[in-house]
Design a binder for this molecule. Structure first.
Ligand code: EPU
Length: 426
């Protein structure tokens, strides 16, 4: 298992480039199953979850090819036929987003057999709403030896209300509804930019979707979809992580190729903590974070978009260890997403966790230590802690970070960080 060795205390300076959004690229790959024509996706991040999704498509009998481009990968997929409608346990347990093939498979081929994902490091994360929605669209659902078998003889448009807002749930049902007969209305739908990006791709493929990005999405079904070419939006969470890295090291970092509107809540909270982030230089897709006055503590509650993202909670907690005062961080989306707190405490942070609430008292001097990553965003928060800490930090199990951050150690090295990957073979 690879590790990172980080020698902290160096301010970051320079330009860092944001990759394509993992959580937009994953449903985009799944959406290619909705047509027998060629779908070309660009700005696909070179991260492990995307390789896992390609392996899953391969298991289903669909080939894809990859070309390196200056910004991300170009992936071409032509799902002419389906050999095996199964998302096996081995892949689903590696990556829950595998369930995104469910909607497209049922809509186009009338069947899917997907391993139930089970619990996950950050919470229970059931898929009951994905299944309820598919059932409402006319599919039959059967549980069998840890798998769910979903069958349909043509889906029919329906109205579906999400009693909990779900990002991949919205994506799964939106994809399924593009090939259903008649109109589907999804109420209390997720509004994340990744949902909007998927709708943009589907509309290019000939779907008729209105309202993506609002809580009410209306989809008029089509009998067939066609091929399309689409470039994935930048990763707002990677961009937010880099802004936090600039702030915590008191550097001056230009975060390039991001969409500032997707970061509204993060930018507002950074500003309230005293972090200076300005637009530019050189275009609307660039932000610069500058070392400013002392960081001030701020209370933050995670919410669905456009609220403060749960995927930035861990990174924000690390930042708060360096702020004056007490910060109360409330996690409302996942019930077990504070595992980084204990590792941060091992580095000297003063954090008390009580259920879904964590109180961070700062500022505290962080000192380098041997720590362990537990999930993707937790790993990012530990990298930030390592950058800010005195001395050397060794982070174990960085395979978690490789799932969703493209070459993070190389990107950070280019802006002055001392971070090296230690491979098992070294
Ligand atoms: N939920 C249900 N039933 C369902 C679906 C969800 O109760 O059928 C609950 C979940 O247990 C959770 C809440 O609804 O408490 C929200 O979960 P959601 O379904 O929105 O999460 P997700 O779609 O599984 C995506 C991202 C996550 C991100 C969350 C929240 C992808 C591939 N994953 O997950 O990303 O944290 O939305 O924004 O889009 C990450 O990138 O590190 C990551 C975990």
């Amino acid at each position: 298992m690879d590790k990172f060795l980080i020698t902290g205390g160096r301010p970051l300076h320079g330009r860092i480039v944001v990759s394509g959004a993992k959580n937009a690229a994953l449903p985009a790959l799944a959406a290619s199953l909705l047509t027998d024509q060629r779908v070309i996706l660009r700005n696909i991040p070179r991260v492990r979850d995307l390789s896992t999704m390609r392996s899953l498509l391969e298991d289903l009998g669909v080939d894809s090819s990859v070309t390196h481009e200056t910004h991300g990968n170009r992936v071409e997929i032509e799902a002419r036929q389906l050999l095996n409608p199964v998302a096996p346990y081995e892949l689903v347990k590696q990556m829950r987003a595998s369930v995104l093939v469910l909607g497209p498979l049922v809509a186009r081929f009338g069947k899917a057999r997907v391993s139930l994902p089970g619990g996950c490091a950050i919470g229970v994360r059931p898929i009951n709403l994905h299944l309820k929605g598919l059932e409402k669209l006319g599919a039959s659902i059967k549980f069998d030896h840890g798998y769910v078998d979903v069958k349909a003889d043509g889906l029919k448009g329906t109205d579906f209300y999400f009693d909990t807002i779900s990002v991949t749930g919205t994506e799964n049902l939106m994809m399924a509804a593009t090939l259903a007969e008649g109109v589907t209305v999804l109420e209390n739908a997720a509004r994340e930019p990744e949902v909007q990006d998927l709708a943009n791709l589907l509309n290019k493929m000939g779907a008729d979707i209105e309202g993506a990005g609002t809580p009410r999405i209306r989809i008029r079904g089509r009998s067939k979809l066609q091929g399309a070419e689409h470039s994935i939006i930048p990763d707002r969470i990677e961009a937010g992580t880099f802004l936090a890295a600039g702030a915590i090291t008191a550097g001056e970092l230009v975060v390039d190729r991001c969409i500032p509107e997707h970061l509204t809540s993060v930018l507002a909270d950074l500003e309230m903590c005293g972090v200076k982030v300005v637009g530019g230089p050189g275009g609307p897709q660039t932000l610069t974070v500058k070392a400013g006055s002392t960081l001030q503590a701020l209370d933050v509650t995670t919410q669905e978009y456009p609220g403060f993202p749960t995927d930035m909670q861990a990174q924000f907690m690390t930042l708060m260890t360096q702020a004056e005062g007490s910060s109360v961080i409330t996690e409302t989306i996942f019930e077990n997403r504070f595992m980084h707190a204990l590792e941060l405490a091992r580095m000297g942070a003063d954090i008390t966790v009580n259920g879904r609430r964590a109180v961070v008292r700062g500022p505290t001097l962080l000192s380098g230590a041997k720590i362990q990553a537990s999930d993707l965003r937790a790993s990012a928060s530990l990298v930030l802690a390592g950058l800010a800490a005195e001395g050397d930090t060794i982070i174990d199990r960085v395979y978690h970070i490789d799932r969703g951050y493209e070459r993070i150690e190389e990107k950070l090295t280019q802006v002055g960080a001392r971070i090296v990957r230690i491979s098992e073979s070294d």
